[in-house]
Ligand binder design. Structure first.
Ligand SMILES: *[C@@H]1O[C@H](CO)[C@@H](O)[C@H](O)[C@H]1NC(C)=O
Ligand SMILES: *[C@@H]1O[C@H](CO)[C@@H](O)[C@H](O)[C@H]1NC(C)=O
Ligand SMILES: *[C@@H]1O[C@H](CO)[C@@H](O)[C@H](O)[C@H]1NC(C)=O
Length: 233
């Protein structure tokens, strides 16, 4: 409910943004800029919130669970490296979900910011593949990349015999991305196509060809299935 309220609020702010003079609108963050900015966000902020769903065997079946996790952006296409520990609730939920789905959100730090709502955040949705049978070489590559972002993780890297808990390498592959750049008058709010995100690591893809349905000017009507008149404050 709260998330929906927040989304609703951003949408309304975004809708209000459309009444601004058009010179301000032309400076609004574009989809292609948003894709690059989202990549930078996920590179620069190394913790996020992982949302999973309790399995049908649980008393809390079907209910969402979200908790802080680490990620490392070790793949050029935007897939993320994770360390899964079977002792963790999130990992158990992933293992017991036949599709191994999660949503993983990363947000800009908000300390000292007058309006944290002005800060960007992105939800990366997809499925998790456990990397059980990888070569020593690949495992070393992952360790090198992961510890660059999380030096403290050296104590619980997969294969470390001193680790307090058994752990496994895993990869989150994305199929859906939702980005809120900040207030909608100057920031992009909406879906980011996975193929665009995959190519946006180093630069804004200026020549990216938008498909008809990637143009999200009607995002608050189409993408969210939300009737603004129904929102009660
Ligand atoms: C629970 O999920 C498993 C697989 O995910 C399925 O095989 C089983 O039939 C489900 N049980 C119920 C009670 O829905
Ligand atoms: C991204 O790269 C990973 C690792 O090479 C691959 O397994 C995954 O399928 C790729 N994802 C997409 C969307 O192409
Ligand atoms: C993740 O999704 C892809 C594409 O839908 C699928 O091919 C793959 O088997 C899935 N992986 C897992 C671990 O479920």
């Amino acid at each position: 409910m709260f998330a929906r309220f927040i989304i609703g609020l951003s949408i309304i702010i975004s809708a209000l943004g459309l009444t601004l003079p058009s010179d301000q609108l032309t400076n609004r963050e574009t989809l292609v800029e948003a894709a690059h900015n989202a990549r930078m966000l996920v590179r620069d902020v190394n913790t996020g919130t992982m949302a999973s769903v309790y399995p049908n065997t649980s008393d809390l079946a079907g209910r969402p669970f979200a908790m802080m996790e680490y990620h490392a952006p070790c793949y050029s296409n935007g897939s993320l490296t994770l360390i899964l520990m079977p002792i963790s609730r999130s990992t158990q939920n992933i293992f017991q979900d036949p599709g191994h789905h999660i949503a993983y959100t990363v947000n800009m730090p908000t300390e000292g910011i007058k309006s944290p709502m002005s800060r960007s955040r992105v939800a990366l949705m997809g499925n998790v593949t456990t990397l059980r049978d990888i070569s020593l070489e690949e495992s070393e590559k992952l360790s090198k990349c992961y510890t660059k972002f999380h030096p403290d993780s050296k104590f619980w890297l997969p294969g470390n015999s001193d680790s307090p808990h058994f752990s496994l390498w895993a990869r989150l592959d994305l199929d859906t991305i939702y980005y809120v750049g900040g207030f909608g008058n100057i920031h992009y709010i909406g879906s980011i196509p996975v193929d665009l995100y995959a190519k946006s690591q180093y630069k804004v893809q200026k020549d990216y060809k938008l498909k008809e349905n990637d143009i999200l000017q009607n995002v608050w009507e189409n993408d969210l299935d939300l009737d603004l008149n129904q929102i009660v404050f």
